[in-house]
Ligand binder design. Structure first.
Ligand SMILES: Nc1ncnc2c1ncn2[C@@H]1O[C@H](COP(=O)(O)OP(=O)(O)OP(=O)(O)O)[C@@H](O)[C@H]1O
Ligand SMILES: [Mg+2]
Length: 718
């Protein structure tokens, strides 16, 4: 790259400019759009310069446009010649304060530099700063300072200072011309306040603010703050409601169009509509869809809005730590902003949208306050008719909004919040359900997205099944969706290149296009083994099987636990061992001297943390198998909490666990007897394809997990 170092001007990225250069340099440049490096003389290693594209070359003039900053790393030749450089990218930390500062500076620009909307609309903070710098008159040293500041916020702060200088100058010149330059502006606001149907309360708040505005210095930052506030309030959708579609049949049709099955959820939505139809004043409860990833929680929210004829908005609460994100900032500092709830409502342009609070289980909490407590107010029907946003200040009625939460697990939702919502579980899908979802919903969607006709080439049923069984392992359908996307992309590429497409999408085509199936999580063992039991875990991403290994060695009575077990799981292991020690006689293992051995229990895949009491029964079974030297059936998975006296207690996530067992080729699942009601709710399909066994106490387990007849156990003393 050619470096130009003999200029004295300073330019910034986004600037277009011309420079006169030595014809010798021009002779190096034949290609338009070539890149040159532009440095101020003398250039030294470490200096910051501008990388530019050449827009045009004319006799000895170069027409350049700045692309980005770069730093000289090594100078290979002085004056002009080659130079080694490294691009210097803009630094920008996105947070509320910085965003607020940018908004504040933009507000000032709007007033001081009317007609620069392209600058104000620039999203990238660094570009905004650089563009702004072209529009104000700056001294050489000031430009140099801007060039040498890759931190966007630092640049914006510098520009804020320059703008204020401009402000006082403009002010003087305007004052010289007229006494009240902003009469027009204020009149316009006055008219708006009259015209928009506002409640008396709001109108009086605005008129009061307008009264203050009239007495403010028009170029002071307060003026723009106050003006922005009035505009913001006026832009809220006061009194605007989307009329509800209360045709139940139509709503049902729309829901069915987008989502397969999910009967319970759809039923619940239709009930909501029915009640609304009979009693338009009814509020209805706040629903929370809870289930593993990719089961349609978020997309359901959208369909519900469509079915009801309401606007749809969504915010993701994942990782929100700052209460102000929900409730806004006080209007006292430059760049204060309303919270997300109010901002999104303004965007929806109605007062009754369907508002999805996505990932409510991932909301954070730290020194910046507790966003969950602000959400409490949003969701509480006793309070949310007068929600108070710090910026808006006027109490706002949220009671017509239909809030829907989504979560992967209810365990991390703060209990007070959970209390306000009606949780609807959306468990994972069976292979049969996935097949139907893929065939009816995903295939048409994805082929259309790739610009290919639906079902041409035809996707064969067994190819869909192969995709589900061999290429994905999940509770939802997101990976199936991704694989289909990948496959259709490849087809589209072929089509675009004029190549012939396969006539049908067969299993062979799937294998050919998607390559060998990825390796998946744990599969069932191929043989019965001594000391290894198959447990089942329920994680927020669905179910999984856990192969629990036990062994012992000479030692001093220690219990070693490995595989990233949580504290509750460790306790389960201790309980299992306690049971074994106290029932050694009944279990025919009374010759074992527990004080002379160490016992080791390991759950593979240590990278995944596991917790909960539900592996207790499987750990106990594995230990018994180890000490008795009898192999456990490899086709049987076990889940259940076990107590010190061997009682078997019910556990959660039954459907997820059974589906996981099925995916891992397990044919029998042993469950706590008290979990039977959940099993009855499973589809007939699932119940037929897997054998379910029950245990009330540990003694019930033996006949199911050992192949040989088990008669060497006498009940433990009670
Ligand atoms: N029953 C279904 N019928 C049709 N499509 C479905 C169904 N369930 C899920 N999908 C599709 O699967 C995709 C993923 O769904 P979505 O993003 O709503 O999942 P989610 O439950 O919100 O997951 P996460 O917990 O990861 O946010 C969407 O394209 C959705 O349309
Ligand atoms: Mg989602």
């Amino acid at each position: 790259m050619l470096a130009i170092v003999d200029q004295n001007n300073i330019f910034l990225p986004t600037h277009s400019f011309t420079i006169q250069v030595d014809p010798k340099i021009i002779s190096f440049l034949r290609i338009e759009n070539e890149v040159v490096l532009y440095f101020k003389k003398p250039v030294m290693v470490g200096d910051i310069g501008l990388k530019c594209t050449i827009n045009n070359v004319h006799s000895n003039t170069l027409y350049l446009k700045g692309i980005c900053r770069m730093r000289a790393k090594e100078i290979l030749e002085h004056d002009f010649g080659t130079m080694e450089v490294a691009d210097l990218l803009d630094i920008y930390e996105k947070n509320l304060i910085n965003e607020g500062l940018i908004q504040g500076v933009k507000a000032l620009v709007r007033i001081l530099l009317p007609g620069t909307t392209n600058i104000i609309q620039t999203k990238n903070p660094g570009h905004f700063a650089d563009m702004l710098a072209t529009s104000i008159d700056l001294a050489h040293a000031e430009k140099a300072r801007l060039l040498n500041t890759p931190d966007s916020i630092a640049r914006i702060k510098l520009l804020f200072g320059y703008l204020n200088r401009l402000n006082s100058r403009t002010q003087k010149s305007i004052e010289a011309k007229t006494n009240n330059p902003f009469a027009e502006d204020i009149k316009e606001l006055e008219e708006k306040i009259e015209r928009i149907p506002l409640s008396d309360d709001i109108r009086s708040v605005l008129n009061k603010e307008l009264g203050r505005l009239k007495h403010m210095h028009q170029f002071s930052p307060e003026y723009s703050l106050s003006r922005n506030y009035i505009e913001f309030v006026l832009e809220m959708p006061w009194g605007i409601y989307a009329p509800d579609h209360l045709d139940i049949e139509k709503a049902q049709a729309i829901l069915d169009q987008d989502h397969f099955n999910l009967k319970d959820v759809k039923e619940r939505i239709l009930e909501f509509l029915a009640v609304k139809k009979l009693n338009p004043e009814s509020r209805g409860s706040i629903l929370c869809f809870c289930g593993p990833p990719g089961v349609g929680k978020t997309s359901l929210g959208k369909s519900i809005a469509l079915a009801m004829g309401r606007a749809y908005i969504r915010i993701s609460l994942g990782g929100i730590h700052d209460e102000a994100e929900i409730r806004g900032h006080r209007r006292t500092y430059i760049g204060a902003m309303p919270g997300r709830i109010i901002k999104e409502l303004q965007r929806s342009k109605t007062l009754n949208p369907v508002f999805v609070l996505d990932e409510i289980d991932k909301i954070g909490k730290d020194f910046r306050g507790d966003p969950a407590s602000a959400l409490l107010e949003v969701l509480d029907p006793e309070q949310n008719f007068s929600f108070k946003d710090n910026y808006l200040e006027i109490p706002f009625d949220l009671s017509h909004v239909m809030f829907i939460g989504t979560a992967n697990t209810i365990e991390t939702i703060p209990p007070t919040l959970l209390d306000r919502m009606e949780v609807i579980e959306i468990p994972g899908y069976t292979d049969e359900e996935k097949f139907n979802i893929a065939r009816v919903h995903l295939l048409p969607k994805k082929s259309r997205a790739a610009g290919l006709p639906v079902n041409n080439p035809k996707f064969q049923d067994d190819a869909i099944k192969l995709l589900i069984s061999d290429f994905t392992m999940e509770s939802g359908v997101r990976n199936i969706e991704r694989k289909l996307e990948a496959l259709y992309r490849k087809l589209a590429k072929k089509q675009a290149a004029g190549e012939k497409l396969p006539k049908k999408i067969t299993t062979k085509v799937v294998r050919e296009y998607l390559g060998p199936p990825p390796r998946h999580k744990e599969q069932a063992m191929e043989h019965d083994m001594v000391g290894i039991a198959t447990g089942l875990a329920w994680t927020s991403t669905g179910g999984e099987i856990l192969l629990i290994e036990t062994t012992s060695m000479p030692g001093s009575g220690k219990l070693e636990l490995t595989g990233n077990m949580g504290t509750i799981m460790q306790e389960s292991a201790r309980i299992a061992l306690g049971y074994i020690k106290s029932n050694a006689t009944g279990l025919n293992i009374d010759l074992v001297d527990f004080s002379k051995i160490d016992i080791h229990i390991h759950v593979p895949a240590g990278a995944i943390s596991k917790d909960g009491p539900s592996a207790g029964l499987a750990m106990l079974t594995a230990l018994v198998s180890h000490f008795q030297g009898k192999a456990l059936r490899h086709d049987t998975a076990i889940t259940g909490e076990v107590t010190l006296t061997g009682r078997v207690l019910p556990v959660g996530g039954i459907k997820e666990k059974i589906l996981a067992a099925q995916r891992a080729n397990i044919s029998r699942v042993l469950l706590p007897a008290k979990n039977e009601p959940e099993v009855l709710k499973l589809s007939e399909d699932t119940k037929h394809s897997i054998q379910i066994l029950y245990a009330d106490s540990f003694l019930d387990v033996f006949p199911h997990v050992f192949r040989e007849r088990y008669d060497s156990v006498s009940p433990p003393p009670v």
